[in-house]
Design a protein around this ligand. Structure first.
Ligand code: ADP
Ligand code: MG
Length: 388
């Protein structure tokens, strides 16, 4: 799960990570009031679940409270396009109004899970404020990594190593040690999967402050953090993915045009592979799960078909726990209820396969039966663009 910058800063503050003073609002007038409280000068920052806001015009300096009101009017409601939002952008519904800090250096600091070694890794770079992916591609040596044991946390000798790598000295070096250790603590305690401070600010006075903050969390651990779960903002998520999650379906939208309904994550991946092999592109990943009922299958079908990019559907079911007759009934009900305009290819195998096939056949619906996965993939590609 992703959260907004202002929410990440709220969490980090409770762990003693230094952040700028500021407040979130959805009103330009409030933005003016907050700026006044902060001493007049303030930075107005669009709150969306994507980075690159600065370049896209979503982070602006107000030199007075009146300017903060004007910027609030301009940024609230704008469709902010960044390299992470896609060309359609994301609508801004909240802004963070923050004290404008004096920038001496912009560094990079991030923690994520290193899957190869099975430990969190803290990463720093002198090249902060820009996309870390670009730094990594151009000059991987510019990023210094320090894996740490989550049971013990980041040790001070490790923090010192990272501070040295950033050429921090004196009081700033000292402050950075506390900052790094606090961030590592926050990462582990909240079951985060990413915690990124870009830029990590060194002020003219030598203070270390999180100018930006991004945190992602492991969904499977959210039950342990009801307060973090509260931060979920459905407006920032893909509408179909939110809808699918209500029915316990694992649905991820993709860019292609072949809608897929599959049971089991492994079979879903194999199905996407074979669609690509046959020359097509999947429009989604959809795992209806091992024990889906008719209602879930119907909703899965409805969700696939409500994606306008879907020009054909491939249903690929291996009935183990899941019975083929249940899938067939769900599919028939869905098609009868919604009506379909695109071809639907069905490959069923396993428990109650004959009953399933009979249900499809006797429904009189124009579904295209397939014998095996290869046959199914070829048939669905051949049917693309045709009308059901
Ligand atoms: P994004 O990464 O989405 O572009 P950031 O929060 O990193 O957003 O802000 C972009 C840039 O704006 C920063 O690199 C920094 O130069 C400037 N900035 C952001 N917040 C402040 C602030 N409180 N005071 C001064 N400058 C800021
Ligand atoms: Mg940033």
């Amino acid at each position: 799960m992703k959260i907004h910058e202002y929410q990440a800063k709220e969490i980090l503050r409770t762990f003693g990570v230094a952040t700028p003073r500021g407040q979130v609002t959805d009103s330009p007038e409030e933005a003016g009031r907050i700026a006044k409280e902060l001493g007049g000068r303030a930075v107005v920052k669009a709150q969306i679940h994507a980075g690159g806001r600065g370049k896209g015009g979503g982070v602006k300096l107000a030199k007075s409270p009146d300017e903060a009101v004007e910027l609030g009017k301009k940024i609230l409601g704008m469709q902010l396009v960044t390299h992470q939002t896609g060309p359609q952008g994301q609508k801004v519904k909240k802004i963070l109004v923050e004290e404008a800090l004096d920038i001496a250096r912009e560094l990079y600091l991030g923690i994520t899970l290193d899957r190869a070694i099975g430990q969190p890794v803290m990463m720093v770079s002198k090249q902060g404020g820009m996309e870390i992916e670009v730094v990594a591609a151009k000059d991987p040596t510019a990023i210094v990594r320090e894996p740490f044991d989550p049971a013990w946390g980041l040790q001070s000798y490790q923090a010192r190593k990272l501070a040295d790598a950033l050429s921090l000295t004196g009081e700033t070096h000292k402050k950075s040690i506390g900052f790094f250790i606090a961030l590592a603590k926050a990462y582990v305690a909240t079951d985060a999967s990413l915690s990124e401070i870009n830029p990590l600010l060194v002020t003219g006075a030598g203070d270390i402050i999180a100018l930006d903050a991004k945190m992602n969390f492991d969904d499977n651990a959210l039950f342990r953090h009801p307060n973090i779960k509260e931060y979920r903002d459905l407006d920032e998520e893909d509408a179909l993915e939110v809808e699918a999650s209500k029915f316990g379906l694992n649905y991820i939208k993709l860019d292609g045009n072949v809608g897929c309904m599959v049971n089991g994550a492994g079979l879903a991946m194999a199905t996407m592979d074979i669609i690509q092999y046959a020359g097509g592109k999947p429009a989604n990943f959809l795992d209806v799960g091992g024990g889906a009922n008719e209602e879930q299958v119907k909703n899965a079908m409805r969700i696939i078909l409500s994606d306008p990019n879907v020009k054909a559907v491939l249903i690929n079911i291996f009935g183990g726990i899941m019975r083929c007759d249940i899938i067939a009934t769900g599919v028939v009900n869905a098609i009868q209820e919604i009506g379909i305009k695109v071809p639907v290819v069905v490959r069923l195998e396993g428990t109650n396969v004959e009953e399933g096939k009979a249900i499809l056949k006797s429904s009189g619906l124009a579904v295209i039966p397939a014998n095996d996965m290869k046959d199914a993939a070829e048939k669905v590609i051949a049917s693309l663009g045709k009308v059901a």
